[in-house]
Design a protein around this ligand. Structure first.
Ligand code: ZN
Ligand code: ZN
Length: 142
């Protein structure tokens, strides 16, 4: 898998570095985690990597389109390495858990604006909100 990541980095003209590979690996295994979690995951393998290095990697990879930054209203920014498929997210109002929702159409924009005001619309950002199974179970048994 690491060599796939190396190819991805080279494809966007980013130098292959250990922190970049570590962040990509962490996000592959743990989608939708926040910056602190990424730092903790990277440090399992690379204890000497600084906070700033991880911030820099997250920014560079986001700018290059290799990872996606999502920030549902009222939550901290999360990152994921699943990009380019226009998938959406469902967020638990109670605990903030996030899961992927396949895009029903498969490409952006997957919703048609009732009135686009003359804008060339190229994306519809959809967030589904609700209660996750863990939180609904806790509520009924409490
Ligand atoms: Zn929940
Ligand atoms: Zn996702």
């Amino acid at each position: 898998m690491t060599s796939d990541f190396e190819a991805q980095l080279r494809a966007v003209s980013l130098r292959v570095t250990r922190p970049r590979l570590a962040v990509l690996t962490a996000l592959r295994d743990h989608p939708h985690v926040d910056t602190d979690t990424v730092i903790a995951l990277v440090r399992v393998q690379h204890p000497t990597v600084s906070h700033q290095a991880v911030y820099d990697v997250l920014r560079a990879l986001t700018d290059a389109g290799l990872i996606r930054r999502i920030q549902p209203a009222g939550t901290t920014a999360r990152y994921e390495s699943r990009v380019g498929d226009n998938h959406h997210h469902v967020v638990c109002r109670s605990c903030g858990a996030i899961a992927d929702i396949e895009c029903a159409v498969g490409h952006a924009p997957c919703l048609t604006a009732s009135d686009d005001h003359g804008f060339a619309v190229d994306e519809a950002e959809v967030v589904f909100w609700g209660t996750c199974p863990d939180c609904s179970t806790g509520r009924t048994t409490r």
